[in-house]
Design a protein around this ligand. Structure first.
Ligand code: ADP
Ligand code: ASP
Ligand code: MG
Length: 448
């Protein structure tokens, strides 16, 4: 069995949906399970609803409706069929409108709201497969993926998820029916809807792949695989034939949107091959994510994040004190803030954080025992490759280049695992730094 996940752009146009059907049709022997994202832009539109004035809510819901209606009309000329599928979309959007009018914008509410995107897309894709002569059934992942209640970025619970996934999907697969599963969403043990974090459909695919011991997980997207840098930012970026599990995880965790950061973890555990492929160029072999790196000691790719926060914590009392770091990190734990990079000196600690959520509260608590400054609108550029920090030449060159470009490093981190060099800088310098570092280290290298 294989898992084939199709992202937003892959389910948004007639052409890409027809390609999806062809891909699935050509894999029937390997018993595909399909996982889909919401149509492009729909999750953002849904999540924007609670912040809108009442007068704009109707307009945004109509926009979401039109995105789906247009796809339906492009896919089928049969008016009865169109009407039947549009009715499903209308029912879901009525439920969205009702939720908005009654809900309170907490985590649980937002996850329920976001879940409608995948519920609508999976219905359309299941019908598209059926119309193409492939037996298919929509499966809502709240019946499969059981998570903790960390709304907005929930983690799956292995035992119940494995049990449910097998229970629901195996009979379908045995009957030759292709399950079309909603990506991104799950539910708590008590049935509250959760989401796995933005971009989480990739993770859904790998969770299902892990639970069903799939042969392969295919991530179908809108570029030819994992590139040496985001191809939208760097003109000369090239698609990589292979990257190691470690390199892929690191790239994703440090900003490359092509994969959800947690995707490769289940695959690593069970040795399942993960491929990143292009729905708009299915002939291309894409990128294979495999256990070992083929390019030890070389920079494989550059990734970046923008709009991150740098928290600088100074305390002279830190000098020679035991437990001071623990005291600091307890505050971040208290407010459930994920710390990315950390740099420590005798009297200061700097940490980088992706989100603003709860940051003010944490700073208030930290200020009780230290001086804290917050620097907003920072960015981070990361160079990824196994064993890269073991070369002094590479490190020296990185700083020479930044110096030449007059880019000030506000914080630096060399991973002890030797796979990542990250530099925090002003957000508006990030793209320049990515291009220049990519051009130096990756434009001329032979890639594997
Ligand atoms: P999907 O909707 O298919 O999940 P995403 O938009 O989440 O697609 O991810 C694909 C996008 O990731 C690409 O269009 C590309 O701009 C971006 N991206 C960022 N870094 C990389 C990289 N290193 N390799 C490939 N794509 C990247
Ligand atoms: N639709 C969700 C999002 O936009 C999940 C995904 O696309 O993977 O984040
Ligand atoms: Mg994605």
């Amino acid at each position: 069995m294989i898992i084939a996940k199709f992202g937003g752009t892959s389910v948004s146009s007639k052409e890409s949906v027809l390609t999806l059907c062809n891909i699935v049709g050509s894999e029937l022997e390997r018993q595909p399970v399909v996982v889909v994202s919401a149509l492009s832009g729909v999750t953002d539109l849904l999540l924007s609803l609670p912040g809108l004035p009442k007068s704009k809510i109707g307009k945004t819901i109509r926009k979401i409706r039109n995105l789906h209606y247009n796809l339906i009309k492009n896919l089928w000329s049969d008016k009865t069929l169109q009407k039947e599928i549009m009715q499903f979309i209308d029912n879901q959007l009525d439920a969205v409108a009702k939720l908005i009018s009654t809900g309170n914008p907490g985590g649980e509410f937002l996850d329920r709201l976001a879940s409608f995107g995948e519920i609508m897309s999976s219905f359309i894709i299941a019908r598209a497969l059926e119309k193409r002569g492939i037996k298919a059934a929509q499966v809502i992942a709240t019946d499969l993926i059981i998570t903790n209640n960390n709304f907005g970025s929930a983690e799956f619970l292995l035992q119940p998820t494995r049990k449910k996934t097998k229970m629901v999907l195996t009979p379908l697969i045995k009957q030759g029916i292709v399950p079309v599963v909603t990506g991104f969403i799950g539910s708590t043990k008590t049935g509250q809807v959760t989401t796995l974090g933005r971009g989480g459909s990739d993770y859904t695919a790998s969770i299902i792949g892990f639970c069903l011991r799939a042969l392969e997980i295919q991530i179908w997207t809108d570029v030819d695989g994992v590139f040496t840098a985001d191809p939208r930012i760097v003109e000369g970026a090239k698609s990589l034939q292979t990257v190691s599990f470690k390199e892929a995880s690191e790239l994703a965790a440090f900003g490359a949107r092509v994969l959800h950061p947690r995707t490769v973890r289940p695959a690593i555990k069970s040795g399942i091959a993960v491929k990143v492929l292009n729905t708009f160029n299915p002939q291309n072999g894409g990128t294979l994510i495999e256990e070992r790196s083929t390019t030890q000691g070389k920079i494989k790719a550059v990734s970046f994040k923008k709009k991150i926060f740098l928290v600088n914590i100074y305390a002279t009392e830190m000098l020679y004190q035991k437990g001071f770091l623990a005291k600091i990190f307890r505050v971040f734990v208290r407010y459930d803030i994920l710390v990315d990079l950390v740099s420590v000196s005798e009297v200061s600690v700097s940490v980088s954080v992706d989100e603003r959520k709860n940051l003010e509260n944490a700073i208030k608590d930290l200020s009780e025992f230290s001086n804290v400054s917050l620097i907003e609108d920072m960015g981070m550029v990361s160079l990824i490759g196994e064993e890269i920090t073991s070369s002094t030449k590479t490190i020296r060159k990185v700083f020479e280049i930044l110096d030449k470009e007059k880019i000030l490093a506000r914080m630096i981190s060399l991973s002890a695992a030797s796979i990542n060099i990250s530099i925090v800088m002003e957000s508006d310098k990030v793209e320049q730094a990515v291009r220049i570092l990519h051009n130096h280290f990756l434009l001329t290298t032979r890639l594997s």
